[in-house]
Ligand binder design. Structure first.
Ligand SMILES: Cc1cc2nc3c(=O)[nH]c(=O)nc-3n(C[C@H](O)[C@H](O)[C@H](O)COP(=O)(O)OP(=O)(O)OC[C@H]3O[C@@H](n4cnc5c(N)ncnc54)[C@H](O)[C@@H]3O)c2cc1C
Length: 437
């Protein structure tokens, strides 16, 4: 079936198979993921989103929102791919300490708007992921230890329901849908805008330190010491970095919600480690938060795998700090805890996450052989981590071949599935990791 009628219902650009630019428009940010979609709609506004969903309902086809494709899972064959980039509103209310952003807005744009007021949102490491996709999946932020999951700071969603009707969803207007949207993923409604709390950030301190790779165990031990006593305002990530044609490096990325003097004192332990090659620590403008971990911003083919760790002992320390990472580009150990681990009244499906550390392993996937080699190394390391691996994974960090049921405890998943069946009985909306999948 061709979907030429879409050209009449949507004001934005509609691309169908065979059109010039269709292949390009279908591609996600993660270029290793293939998706053979039936059509691409670049929504011009919220009315286009509603018209596309209403069309999909009539035509018996699913719609998958994909602002950037950072989280593309490969589960988008045969859908209408909905691009939301034109819904790029970003407005900050400094008095109320809130932001309202359109479904296409990226974190870097929101931080740039909030920073001049001494405010920050709960962004993660990448400035180019969409606020909406990240937040719908929970959103693990640099400031999650202090303020919890990004999703739990949402006050309201503007949505189009699976029936194609616009609605404003708050804790009072529709408690079930509001709960599901705050971390259950993109399965329950098409979001057109999000309103959420911002937090005071009069000063930020942080940056990246990199040492020669042979210091890895020493740096990891210092990371464990640092994180064992860290205040919730301090977040630290341990990195092993192995880029081609470059010597192996080991690093620590930090972000401190506080001033330079206090930040320097907290990190003093790291200054005693020799063979330091790079040290970017210093005052950080809120708008530059995305620069700390230096995540790639251009589309690239990659393969990631995340595991949550219940503890780190001698065996896991050896795996994380001493085992070769090749053919991966690296691995990162993120410190969690704090508010992420706390039971919070009224919270969505993401937390609490009791595991104190998260391991993210990543590598290139330019062709199937490389993807398989990287995947095999990730699987081998996960196996060596043994019982320290809890088996659960944050929804935003699910990778190809993984399933929503790995992100949620059984009771949470059952509630999400009940809401999905009630709100989208015809399966019009397709998340990257469907809760019924
Ligand atoms: C380099 C990099 C760094 C990252 N760092 C972090 C991090 O620090 N913390 C973290 O938590 N995650 C992180 N992630 C994961 C990222 O948050 C997820 O991949 C997230 O899904 C990206 O959202 P997106 O909208 O940009 O991606 P997309 O792939 O475009 O969208 C992801 C999914 O969100 C849903 N969705 C998006 N928009 C809508 C909408 N308007 N309505 C309904 N559903 C919608 C859809 O189900 C869609 O499949 C990182 C990913 C990368 C590649």
């Amino acid at each position: 079936m061709t979907h030429t009628e879409l050209r009449a219902v949507a004001a934005g650009r509609v691309l169908l198979p065979g059109d010039d630019g269709f292949e390009q428009a279908s591609r996600p940010w993660n270029l290793s993921v293939e998706q053979r979609v039936a059509a691409v709609v670049e929504a011009a506004d919220a009315a286009d989103v509603a018209a596309t969903v209403a069309y999909a309902r009539r035509a018996g086809i699913a719609v998958a929102a994909q602002p950037s494709g950072h989280g593309a899972s490969g589960d988008a064959d045969g859908v209408i791919l909905l691009r939301t980039g034109a819904l790029d509103e970003v407005s900050v209310d400094p008095e109320a300490r809130t932001a309202r952003v359109g479904a296409g807005a990226k974190w870097g744009e929101v931080l740039a708007a909030a920073g001049p007021y001494g405010l920050t949102g709960l962004a993660g490491s990448s400035p180019v992921v969409s606020v909406t996709g990240y937040t719908l999946g929970g959103g693990l932020s640099w400031f999650g230890r202090r303020h919890g999951f990004a999703a739990d700071s949402v006050r309201a969603f503007d949505v189009v329901t699976a029936d194609g009707e616009p609605a404003r969803v708050t804790a009072d207007s529709d408690p079930d849908l509001f709960w599901a949207l705050r971390g259950g993923g993109g399965d329950f409604a098409l979001v057109t805008a999000v309103e959420f709390d911002l937090y005071p950030a009069p000063a930020l301190y942080g940056g990246r330190m990199l040492w020669q790779g042979h210091r890895a165990r020493e740096v990891f031990d210092a990371f464990l010491e640092l994180t064992a006593g860290a205040p919730d305002e301090l977040t630290a990530w341990f990195d092993r970095v192995r880029f081609p044609q470059a010597p192996p490096m080991v690093g620590i990325d930090t972000a401190f919600l506080g001033d330079e003097a206090e930040g320097r004192a907290l990190l003093a332990r790291l200054d005693r480690i020799g063979d330091l090659v790079v040290d970017t620590r210093g005052p950080v403008a809120v708008a530059d938060l995305g620069g700390i971990a230096d995540d790639p911003t251009d589309p690239s083919p990659g393969r990631g795998r995340t595991e949550l760790l219940t503890a780190v002992d001698e065996v896991t320390a050896k795996v994380l700090a001493e085992e070769p990472v090749e053919p991966m580009f690296g691995l990162q150990v993120r410190h969690l805890g704090g508010a992420l681990a706390a039971e919070r009244p009224g919270a969505g499906p993401s937390g609490p996450v009791a595991e104190p550390y998260l391991v993210y392993m990543f590598g290139p996937a330019a062709d199937p052989a490389q993807a398989a080699a990287v995947g095999a190394r990730q699987a081998a390391l996960a196996e060596e981590l043994g019982e320290a691996v809890s088996g659960r994974k944050p929804y935003t960090m699910l990778g190809r071949g993984e399933r929503a049921e790995q992100a949620f405890p059984a009771a949470t998943l059952a509630r999400l599935r009940g809401i999905k069946r009630a709100r989208d009985p015809h399966g019009v909306l397709r998340a990257n990791y469907p809760v019924l999948g």
